[in-house]
Design a binder for this molecule. Structure first.
Ligand code: SF4
Ligand code: SF4
Length: 329
């Protein structure tokens, strides 16, 4: 792997580790048994910023859907596709497999060229161990998802009792692990480019003024295709112009930087362009700052109002004794 590409991928790996640890930690923070964020289906309450409101299961499902939709919209209005290539949990898992398990631990590929049939043929045993390693990572890695819906200590006590009385949780766990495994091995970035709901929202709210990787100085390009080969999205050529399938991972830019340096050039021909220049937050890509701020304010206000409506006690059809303490002065 070339030097600049390696540095770029190391940086992404660090961001990935930080975000993963934060995502695991968020539902574990608690004060007086109330969590920082928890859609607590076990005790039927919504917990946010160490406050809790008793809510029916249907209300909790609605709040969760609303929360997910608001997060998707807010990232779309700001970090756009940068979210996909650097922050999305599925990309983190994908990168963990391709950059760390496949490339660094098992030394299967020099760059992410997993369609190289000869490499597959020569390294069958290594691949088997890489897949087994991935399976273990996925089984344990998918566990913290449950911590957003069941208090983590309750989840561990269920696990100790082999999910007695809660077998459906075990089945959900197994199914989500199988799905993730299949997606990383077979769908790969095809999912990000064509199936992911975030991408669908991004496509219909597309705005050319958002930040994205762009290719210029065509006359300096030597057509080495390193940028195309390193791209994780199938059949995507960044040199052809803006493409909504691009997940803004930046690998093409990093590898072109290496190519250019070897030829005595100074910089990559592919650069991240944020068309609304912002010095403090380089990746924030507001598509017209005023419009975006208005959209953000509307999303936050709209979702807060609906949540406020849903947590109202008059929607409760039954009460849970575990929540009695919420009503004490
Ligand atoms: S890596 Fe750079 S020089 Fe090579 S084809 Fe891509 S843009 Fe051109
Ligand atoms: S075009 Fe470049 S930034 Fe976009 S997905 Fe491909 S490698 Fe990543």
């Amino acid at each position: 792997m070339t030097q600049y590409l390696r540095q770029h991928q190391n940086k992404k790996a660090l961001i990935a580790i930080f975000i993963t640890l934060s995502a695991v930690a968020v539902p574990m923070f608690q004060y007086n048994s109330i969590h920082l964020l928890l859609f607590n289906f076990y005790n039927q309450r919504f917990e946010l910023f160490f406050h809790a409101w008793e809510v029916n299961t249907a209300g909790l499902i609605n709040i969760f859907i609303l929360f997910a939709a608001a997060v998707i919209l807010l990232f779309n209005f700001t970090y756009s596709r940068y979210f996909c290539g650097n922050i999305c949990p599925k990309t983190l898992l994908n990168n963990l497999f391709t950059d760390i398990i496949e490339t660094r631990i098992f030394h299967l590929f020099k760059i992410k060229n997993r369609d190289d049939e000869q490499s597959f043929e020569k390294n069958r045993l290594k691949l088997f161990f890489a897949y087994a390693f991935l399976a273990v990572v996925i089984i344990f890695g998918s566990m913290p998802i449950f911590f957003y819906f069941i208090p983590y200590d309750i989840f561990f006590s269920m696990l100790k009792n082999y999910f007695l009385g809660y077998r459906f949780l075990l089945y959900i766990w197994i199914l989500s692990a199988i799905y993730l495994f299949a997606e990383i091995l077979f769908l790969k970035e095809f999912f990000c480019a064509y199936i992911c709901p975030y991408q669908l929202v991004n496509s219909i709210t597309v705005n050319e003024q958002r930040g994205f990787y762009t290719f210029d100085t065509k006359e300096k390009c030597i057509d080495c295709e390193a940028c195309v080969n390193v791209c994780p999205v199938p059949e995507l050529d960044v040199r052809k112009g803006y493409d909504t399938r691009c997940i803004a991972c930046g690998d093409c830019s990093a590898v072109c930087h290496d190519v250019m340096q070897k030829r005595g050039g100074e910089r990559s021909l592919i650069e991240y362009k944020d068309f609304i220049k912002r010095k403090s937050l380089p990746y924030l890509s507001f598509a017209g700052r005023r419009t975006s701020l208005l959209l953000i304010a509307l999303t936050l206000a709209g979702s807060s109002l609906i949540v406020y409506y849903l947590i109202s006690p008059e929607h409760l059809s039954s009460c849970n004794i575990a929540n009695a303490f919420l009503y004490r002065d």
